[in-house]
Design a protein around this ligand. Structure first.
Ligand code: FES
Length: 245
């Protein structure tokens, strides 16, 4: 447990770890026969050498509760990697995570640092002083914090921190609650910045077959011929301007 209700899980999954990229997710199956739908969880870290992957998630129901009770050596069924993932930036980037949207930004930060293609800073928004993963982000480079209660960093949200610390970049990468993504989309448009967002939605199949996860989009989708996109298949990462929030 990293913070109340927030858990970290490493799994040994050689084939997935080999091909996965930051921003993708994995469907994790519960053992209970009554809960057949897997839970989609974003990849937080990939250790290609050890062929393992890390997931950091919040317990929000019986499925995630079950995962939080797993012990070392237990076996679980997973499907992945799923979704498209983040493109690695080539221009100065700001990586932004809000709440349980913070974990997927860690592997992105590590990948950018390893690729050495551009400068980047991270901005994380938490509720309070339970700043899970902050030390890991600090190892990757400069990072800034906003907390709703003002206990650490700037008081307010990630946008307040960006303004307070006068952070600027060419491209924003963000994952977090919809109001945060909506505010960042508007801010990026106003500032002429490119903005990629990773969206979360309740999913069923996770592989593009059931349409349980669609969001509204600007353009017609080639698959369904209506103005929507499947978050599990065309996403979860979208250019902010492509989707309606
Ligand atoms: Fe089935 Fe996305 S969850 S199409």
């Amino acid at each position: 447990m990293l913070a109340p209700g927030v858990f970290s899980l490493w799994i040994d999954a050689p084939e997935i770890a080999e091909s996965a990229v930051p921003g993708q997710f994995v469907s994790i199956y519960t053992k209970s026969e009554a809960r057949l739908l897997p839970r989609p969880i974003s990849i937080c870290e990939i250790n290609r050498g050890e062929k393992t992957m890390r997931f950091v998630y919040r317990v929000v129901g019986e499925g995630t509760e079950e995962f939080s009770k797993l012990s070392s050596g237990d076996k679980i069924e997973v499907l992945g990697p799923l979704g498209n993932g983040f493109p690695i930036p080539e221009k100065k980037a700001i990586l932004i995570g809000g709440g349980i949207g913070i974990p997927p930004m860690l592997e992105l930060a590590k990948s950018i640092k390893a690729a050495g293609t551009c400068e980047f800073v991270s901005v994380m928004g938490y509720r309070d002083a339970q700043t899970f993963l902050l030390d890991e982000f600090k190892e990757q480079g400069d990072c800034y914090v906003a907390t709703e209660d003002g206990s650490v960093g700037a008081k307010g949200n990630v946008l307040d921190a960006m303004k307070e610390y006068k952070l600027n970049a060419d491209v924003i990468y963000a994952c977090g609650p919809t109001p945060m993504l909506r505010a960042l989309k508007a801010y990026a448009a106003e500032q002429g910045m490119t903005c990629y967002i990773s969206m979360e939605e309740r999913m069923a199949c996770g592989i593009g077959a059931c349409l349980a996860c669609v969001c509204d989009s600007k353009e017609k989708d080639a698959h369904s011929n209506v103005k929507n996109k499947r978050i599990c298949k065309e996403g979860p990462v979208f250019l902010a301007e492509e989707v309606d929030l």
